[in-house]
Design a protein around this ligand. Structure first.
Ligand code: AQP
Length: 327
């Protein structure tokens, strides 16, 4: 079976962009792939974070992913820092990557370039992400559009490493969904919906109540020309709503647009569709909250399964580079 790997940062509450861009396809892939999914807590250390918040968000993210449909009996669900080969392989890959290619990463440019106080970890984050992927010999990596460039770097590093040291890594492919790959903030539709950088009213959280979803969709920013048409350049707000309804109902945004004359009708149907889409997640989350002990068993099993695969790959890479094994 082909292998998939993907991860989510515990940097805040999961939102509709995370769900449609990534998590929904993780749930589907767990049945037809050998699937590894992780909560990437080491990535969350690249910015200032309160330790108690990080602890709580990491555990919440694990439970939220199970609520979203991941079955820890079917896939391998783990926390990145529980597998020490992630930072170990990162070092080997940092000695393969160049400063120039990391400087070109747009996420770093947006979040930290030009700021002398920015953490080194934010700069090298894409290399840690490459290690996350390459450790599991991943064939496919289901991600939203914002992670495409980082995935391209992982492919480049794998190819360069294999060329220099022999055939060690599987070169992964990105799997970006046709719709929902770039969900925009409902209040500022030229910015992506985000855990940390979005507006509260423009961010639909995966666990929002039906009333909250309805309020946010009703207040979504559109435009004044009144014509329902999919045109992300000229009509970013309305196009985002069309794309969301398309993603929620398995259609294309253009197909959705043909069914509407008025923005209000589109908003009403979108609100209903999102409430239904997220209802099972919210309901399962409430059930899981009643069994807080379950998460430690999930994490122990996930760390053991992930660790077995990761340590074999790390050993292969270290030996190929000339590092002498301990025994
Ligand atoms: N707006 C989005 N639309 C579609 N997909 C998205 N993803 C994130 N935002 C959107 C996808 O969700 C997966 C997990 O994301 P992440 O935790 O790695 O963080 P991120 O990509 O940096 O996005 P966030 O949620 O906005 O977090 P912060 O605010 O911490 O930067 C990824 O596959 C991502 O593509």
């Amino acid at each position: 079976m082909a292998r998939v790997l993907s991860g989510v940062q515990p940097s805040g509450a999961l939102h509709l962009g995370n769900y449609l861009g990534a998590i929904r396809s993780w749930v589907a892939h767990q049945h037809d792939h050998d699937a590894f999914y992780c909560v990437v807590d080491l990535h969350a250390l690249t910015v200032d974070v309160d330790p108690a918040d990080l602890r709580a968000r990491t555990l919440d993210a694990v439970i939220d992913l199970v609520a979203a449909g991941l079955d820890p009996e079917v896939c391998t669900l783990f926390v990145q820092s529980h597998v020490p080969e992630h930072p170990r392989l990162t070092w080997l890959l940092e000695c393969t990557a160049s400063m120039g290619e990391l400087r070109r990463m747009t996420q770093f440019k947006d979040k930290g370039a030009g700021n002398e106080g920015v953490r080194v970890g934010l700069f090298t984050y894409p290399v840690l992400m490459a290690a996350d992927i390459l450790l599991y010999d991943s064939d496919r990596v289901p991600v939203g559009d914002d992670q495409r460039q980082h995935l391209e770097l992982a492919r480049d590093l794998a190819q360069r490493f294999n060329f220099r040291y022999g055939d060690v890594f599987t070169v992964p492919e990105a799997a970006v969904p046709a719709t929902g790959a770039r969900v925009m903030d409902l209040q500022e539709p030229t910015r992506k919906m985000s855990k940390t950088g979005g507006t509260p009213l423009g961010t639909v959280q995966m666990l929002d109540s039906p009333e909250e979803i309805d309020r946010k969709v009703k207040k979504a920013v559109t435009d004044t020309d009144g014509e329902v048409r999919f045109d992300p350049e000229a009509k970013p707000g309305l196009s985002n709503l069309l794309e969301l309804l398309a993603a929620a109902t398995d259609r294309t945004p253009d197909e959705v647009a043909t069914g509407y004359q008025r923005y209000g009708d589109l908003k009403r149907d979108l609100s209903e569709a999102l409430v239904e889409l997220l209802r099972p997640v919210r309901e399962r989350r409430a059930e899981l909250a009643a069994d807080p002990g379950a998460v430690s068993a999930i994490l122990a099993a996930g760390a053991a399964k992930a660790g077995a695969v990761a340590s074999a790959t790390y050993r292969r890479a270290a030996e190929a580079m000339g590092l002498v094994p301990a025994g």
